[in-house]
Design a protein around this ligand. Structure first.
Ligand code: PAP
Length: 342
């Protein structure tokens, strides 16, 4: 399905501008299609806030995404110039998506431009969501996009083996977050639609590895190991580092994708302009992020993506015992891997 690489660098274009399905750009399929029901229903199942998860090859995927995982494994063929933004939900996806889009598209859209796509679209509407397209049989839409394509996924690396095979593939930028903050963020998000959801329920599932796309440790590790083995193909970023030094990490990102900021851009304030455009306050203030839903069927408001945006918020949600338990799970699973969490 992959087409030849375009030598003319015109991408990335805001996906919503070329996608005719309106708000379905960010939508998840709720159920697997008829032809996949047999495959999916045989898998172990659990439920979080009405969302059915199925354990597929060791990862707990929203059940509508299982066929997408199988299809991605079989059919995803990246172009060498592609960039994939990857993350577990609630680890800083929206922020990284915005930063990556603003960086790769800065020639067409300087950060100060009044018509910048991030001033009229939610960041997620700017990128195709890989599994959303593959789940709905709409992956052909990727073929029509100009290079370089910028895409987004929550899938573990094991589900997109074509992304970084030895000696080929494309570039992947991953963002990792302190898992205690991730679980707090996930709970706040889910309770916008399920107000009775107990924090302890989401916490227990995270410790058991059964939150969406988890276990979190295996998700982190897949990308971590690939970044250690092929640093030119996988950039492993951390939410806490991005908070501490957004400009420094943005420069890393730009160098990694082969578009380092020039001296003229540095002098012209482009780095600061992108950091400012993509800051939590800036994005939260955009009309496109104040109204509307991530998915017209499941009413998660877009504004729920922009909450506190801090490191260490877990301290006001977890008892010391809960924190010890989750730290213990992470330490146990990550022991001797070289991956340390903040
Ligand atoms: P997603 O996976 O559903 O897209 P994601 O963007 O990864 O969600 O996570 C949302 C978290 O990122 C929220 O964290 P919190 O609940 O702990 O506050 C949100 O506030 C934070 N976030 C979103 N945009 C930004 C930003 N521009 N800068 C810093 N943090 C951000």
């Amino acid at each position: 399905m992959a087409t030849g690489d375009s030598s003319v660098q015109v991408g990335p274009v805001p996906f919503k501008d070329v996608e005719d399905d309106g708000d379905m750009v960010t939508a998840l399929p709720e159920r697997p299609s008829e032809e996949h029901v047999g495959l999916v229903s045989a898998l172990p199942c659990c439920t979080i806030a009405d969302m059915k998860l199925r354990c597929y090859q060791g990862f707990w995927l929203p059940e509508g995404m299982v066929p997408a995982a199988a299809a991605l494994q079989r059919r995803f063929e990246p172009r060498p110039s592609d960039v994939i933004v990857a993350s577990l939900p609630k680890c800083g996806t929206t922020w990284l998506v915005a930063l990556a889009f603003a960086t790769l598209a800065r020639r067409a859209y300087p950060p100060g431009a009044a018509d910048h796509p991030l001033r009229r679209l939610n960041p997620h509407q700017c990128l195709p969501f890989l599994e959303g397209l593959f789940a709905g049989g709409r992956e052909g839409k990727l073929d029509a996009l100009p290079s370089p394509r910028l895409m987004n996924t929550h899938m573990p690396l094991a589900m997109i083996p074509g992304a970084v095979p030895a000696g080929g593939g494309c570039k992947v930028v991953y963002i990792c977050r302190e898992p205690k903050d991730m679980v707090v963020s996930l709970w706040h998000y889910l309770r916008r639609v399920h107000p009775d959801l107990e924090f302890s329920e989401v916490f227990d599932m995270a410790c058991d590895g059964t939150t969406p796309y988890g276990p979190f440790w295996d998700h982190f590790l897949g990308y971590w190991r690939a970044s250690a083995a092929r640093p030119e193909s996988v950039l492993f970023l951390r939410y806490e580092e991005l908070l501490r030094d957004p400009a420094g990490n943005l420069r890393r990102l730009a160098r990694f994708v082969g578009l380092p900021f020039s001296a003229a851009e540095e002098e012209g304030g482009v780095v600061g302009g992108i950091v400012e455009l993509c800051s939590l306050d800036s994005l939260r203030g955009m009309e496109a992020n104040k109204a509307g839903y991530m998915d017209p069927r499941v009413k998660f408001p877009r504004e729920a993506l922009f909450r506190k945006g801090v490191a260490g918020g877990w301290k006001s949600h977890m008892t010391p015992e809960m924190a010890r338990r989750m730290d213990g799970v992470a330490a146990d699973k990550l022991r001797a891997t070289g991956l340390a969490l903040p």
